[in-house]
Each structure stands twice: as structure tokens, then as C-alpha cells.
Design a protein around this ligand. Sequence first.
Ligand SMILES: CC(=O)SCCNC(=O)CCNC(=O)[C@H](O)C(C)(C)COP(=O)(O)OP(=O)(O)OC[C@H]1O[C@@H](n2cnc3c(N)ncnc32)[C@H](O)[C@@H]1OP(=O)(O)O
Ligand SMILES: CC(=O)CC(=O)O
Length: 283
Amino acid sequence: MAETATIFEVGPRDGLQNEKAQIATADKIALVDMLSASGLRKIEVTSFVSPRWVPQMADAAEVMAGITRAPGVDYAVLTPNAKGFEAARAARADEIAVFASASEGFSRKNINCSVAESLARFEPVMIAALAHGIPVRGYVSCITHCPYDGAVAPEAVLDVAEKLLAMGCYEVSLGDTIGAATPDTVSALLDVLLARIPAEKLAGHFHDTHGRALDNIDVCLAAGLRTFDAAVGGLGGCPYAPGAAGNVASEAVLGLLSERGFDTGVDAARLAEATRFARSLRT
Ligand SMILES: CC(=O)SCCNC(=O)CCNC(=O)[C@H](O)C(C)(C)COP(=O)(O)OP(=O)(O)OC[C@H]1O[C@@H](n2cnc3c(N)ncnc32)[C@H](O)[C@@H]1OP(=O)(O)O
Ligand SMILES: CC(=O)CC(=O)O
């Protein structure tokens, strides 16, 4: 029997958050429903962040209320603080994600605080989420490069990842926020991380700015990681990371994982329908 791997679909959130023109709430809902029908088991739907900071996600509650929940699918949302968590809980998110950075420059630009302050802010979110039985995923952005501070040391990533796991995150997703990672830098990072963290606690989150995302995923696969974030149609970018291009496309990750013999449970034809629709939403 084939070994399983997970595609964590982030298109409706990471993919759409950077679109300049406001995308209709109904279209966002339709996209999530198409993704649900494709067999994906993890879908990051939206983020409960400040609408001043990310106007595209201002309709988070409406999107969550409008989607048709498929059995067996976890619908995830980003929550940067307690206010975001309360909104996520009200919206019946199946899981939430807190997001930190390995670099100070990006942390300040993205969430207006230092890395240490962000972790302190996540503490009450974690406590509340775990008390309500809501699993929490952690992100570490800028795993090899920061658009403001330059190269990032693997030890800085390890420090934040270990703190997120110690707080209670079930998994940490390693964000190559501006798509600057290469197989060599990913390999060097994993050498440091895997000496302290089991591979099943880590996920890869690659942007494809320089066309290296699939090569980087291959390195992660060889190291034992089995969960990869991706955005349908290669949508994506981050409003606070100049140079961040789209996330690696879900359909490309599906192709790679299938080629490598992994079972993802995703129906390629259904995903292709969602891909066409996602591309039509690009502004
Ligand atoms: C790599 C990636 O893709 S990461 C994801 C993309 N980036 C993002 O989503 C950026 C998210 N960042 C943010 O939302 C903001 O930086 C914050 C909320 C974390 C911090 O911003 P600050 O301005 O420092 O927040 P602060 O706590 O001072 O509150 C300011 C205002 O925002 C509101 N606010 C704070 N948090 C939230 C929230 N989660 N949801 C909605 N509104 C919020 C406050 O109520 C307050 O509103 P008011 O001025 O009307 O009173
Ligand atoms: C939160 C994210 O979206 C991760 C990243 O790209 O750094």
C-alpha cells in the first residue's frame, strides 16, 4: 500500500490575501467548496486578522459561514491574537494557526511586534484553543531569507519552531515566505531542525518565486516530511513580503507526490476544476 502524504491547501487564504481587487465572498466560498470536493483533507479558508492590514480577508466570518463543510475535511484559519481566536471560534474553525517569523524585520512588518512579543501574544490563544479542543498549527516564516533582514540562520528557525511546539502546536509549517530557499539551504536547515524535532511535526510551505519549490519539497520528502502547503493554481503572495510570489501550485505538488508514489487522496480531475476557477479569480 502506498505511503500517504498530505497537501495542506492554503489557496483561499495565502493565495488570495494578496489580490489587489476585492474578490467576491461568493467566489471565495465557491472555491473552498470545489477544493472540498477534490478530496483535500486540510483547507486553510481565511484569516481573522486586522481588516486594515489585510483588506482581502475582511469577509472571513462570511466565508466561514457560507462554505459547505465536507465530512473529514478540517477547515483552518489564521489567528494572530486573542481577538482573532475569538472570531475563529465563533466561526467554528476546525483548527487555527498562529504565525511567527524567524526574523525580526518580517515580524515587525507583518504583525507589528517583535518575535518574542508575538510568541507571548500566542500564549493565551494557545491556552484558549486547547481548552476548547481546537488544534493549533504554528508557522515560522522566513526560514532561510527575510525580505528585510537578509539570510536567516537555521538556529533562529529552530528556536521559534521549538517554542511553538512547546506551547502546544501540533505541527510547525516552515514558511519560505519569499521563495528564496534552495535545496542546499533547505537541507542545511533540516539538518539542524531534525536533530531536535521529529519530521512528523514539520510541514513544508514553499513559495515558487524562483521555481525551486518542487526541488525543495523533494529534499523535505527525503528527510521524512510528509505534509506540504500549496495553493490551487499557484495563487499567492504576502502583502508584507515584497518579492513573495505565488505558493507552489497544489496541482504541481499532487503531480510530484503521485510520481514519488505517495497517496494524497486528492482527485486530480476535481482539483483541475478548482485550478481553472482559482485562475479566473486572479486580478
Ligand atoms: C507570510 C504570511 O502570509 S503571514 C499572513 C499575512 N499577513 C497578515 O495577515 C498580517 C496580519 N497582521 C495583523 O492583522 C496586524 O498586524 C495585527 C492585528 C497582528 C497587529 O496589528 P496592530 O495594529 O498592532 O493591532 P492592535 O492590537 O494595536 O489593534 C489595532 C486595531 O486592529 C484591530 N484588531 C486587532 N487584531 C484584530 C483581529 N485579529 N481581527 C480584527 N481586528 C483586529 C483592533 O481591534 C484595533 O482596532 P481599532 O483601531 O478599531 O480599535
Ligand atoms: C503564514 C505563511 O503564509 C507562511 C509563510 O509564507 O511564511
